[in-house]
Design a protein around this ligand. Structure first.
Ligand SMILES: *Cc1c(COP(=O)(O)O)cnc(C)c1O
Length: 437
């Protein structure tokens, strides 16, 4: 046996520099054992309740970030904890060779509350969009087959998507997304995708043709900077899709599950999509995604055409059913609208004092504050300044501060959080002046 063939112990490393298992876990552990595709903050949260989070040192934070629009009913909501633990004591996983009660109950509830007649469950927003885009291709391939093409490819394969949009990080969804920085370096990318400027009806009309199988759009662009589609634009998408027999896909991964003050944003604009994708807030922190559609389109996903091992997992669905029950309640949606007004008033008032925002915009509890020229590109510095004051906020691109708290956040938490935000901005401005001086 040559030296090269000797079996290697799985943990044999030339020079082991990482921490030993059992050593204290700190932020520096991240740099030792994790793939460096994220740059998390210096502290590690360990506990949460409602809109408050505590880190390893016991410091408290008010949560205006909501785990990126995910913890829609706050942390450790008693009804959701009960749903999770009840289900944990029953059955966790059966895979899709069997069905399960929580998945069927959740699907029933989504069908009852939305335009949908059929539901496909998966585990994330990207997977929901992947399913939506695949379904649109399949519908076109079934209805408009091109003779002799490989894989049933059809001329009618084009997907029209918007610049600056975000649809997830699988190769198909990152290609559909309109931010080249996310697909850079991952080519060759799937073909048949055209991008058009967002909210530009003329460009959309020019791009959509009989070759289009789907138009995918976020009713309000989240990652792209909290920019809402105009009603006219969404109506134009609907009309063009009808005219060219293309499917209209609404990506409501971020805007859905009550976030905008309606259960889904399409309900505000009176344009009903053929397919809607939902994730993030739907699970309130437990990973789940869903693709909603009608019976007619669903029929094209026949047995074996698409699938996932975990999609419709009983734990995820039991949690999501409890979350959906809360976020669809009129009291919750009313709170979203009240807190929206409170956020807008507070942010605009602060802006009169500090003059840092070009615009405050958004719907419900998906709010963006775009920084003025002087602070352009400095969103991260605001996030860090807020953390120092015990406040979690987000950015949406380098120039927009984003707020996506729990839909149940109280007026007291918003008020206190805004005080911390005020201190953070004051700090940042003061440190800037002292640097300049
Ligand atoms: C977050 C997001 C996604 C991707 O969801 P993941 O769960 O991260 O895969 C897709 N679309 C929109 C609009 C999103 O905000």
């Amino acid at each position: 046996m040559t030296a090269e063939c000797k079996p290697q112990l799985p943990n044999a490393k030339p020079s082991h520099t990482g921490p030993l298992a059992g050593e204290a876990i700190t932020r520096s552990t991240f740099d030792q054992v994790m793939v460096p595709n994220y740059a998390p903050a210096a502290f590690i949260p360990v506990r949460g309740h409602g809109s408050r989070v505590w880190d390893q040192a016991g410091r408290e934070y008010i949560d205006f970030a909501g785990g990126i629009a995910v913890t829609s009913v706050g942390h450790t909501h008693p009804k959701v904890v009960k749903a999770l633990t009840d289900q944990a004591n029953k059955i966790w996983h059966v895979a899709n060779v069997l069905t399960n009660e929580p998945a069927l109950a959740l699907a029933q509830s989504l069908v009852e509350k939305t335009f949908a007649e059929r539901v496909f469950f998966c585990n994330s927003g990207a997977e929901a969009n992947e399913a939506a885009l695949k379904l649109a291709r399949k519908v076109a391939s079934d209805n408009f087959p091109s003779s002799g093409a490989m894989h049933g490819e059809t001329e009618k394969c084009e997907i029209v998507a918007c610049l600056n949009s975000f649809h997830g990080r699988t190769l198909f969804t990152v290609s559909a997304g309109g931010q080249p920085k996310y697909s850079q370096g991952f080519g060759p990318l799937p073909g048949g995708i055209r991008h058009v400027p967002f909210n530009d009806i003329a460009a959309l009309t020019a791009a959509v043709s009989d070759k289009t199988c789907a138009v995918i759009v976020e009713p309000i662009q989240g990652e792209g900077g909290i920019t809402a589609a105009t009603k006219e634009y969404l109506h134009a998408v609907r009309e063009l899709c009808d005219k060219h027999q293309a499917l209209m896909i609404f990506d409501e991964v971020q805007s859905g599950a009550g976030r905008t003050g309606s259960l889904y944003a399409y309900m505000n604009c009176c344009a009903v999509p053929d397919i809607l994708t939902t994730a993030k807030g739907l699970g309130g922190g437990f990973p789940i995604g869903a693709m909603l559609t009608t019976e007619k389109w669903a029929a094209h996903f026949g047995v074996g055409s698409h699938g996932t091992t975990y999609g419709g997992n009983p734990l995820a669905c039991a949690v999501s059913l409890a979350v959906l029950d809360i976020v669809s309640a009129p009291e919750t949606l009313k709170n979203v609208n009240l807190r929206h007004d409170q956020f807008f008033m507070a942010l605009n008032e602060m802006n009169r004092k500090y003059n840092v925002f070009k615009e405050v915009r958004g719907q419900g509890l998906l709010i963006g504050a775009e920084l003025v020229e002087k602070w352009a590109g400095r969103g991260k510095d605001f996030v860090a300044a807020c953390a120092k004051q015990g406040l979690l906020i987000l950015i949406a691109g380098p120039n927009v501060l984003r707020f996506a708290p729990s839909l149940l956040i109280t007026s007291e938490d918003v008020e206190q959080g805004m005080k911390r935000f005020d201190s953070a901005v004051a700090d940042l401005l003061a440190s800037e002046t002292s640097v300049a001086a």
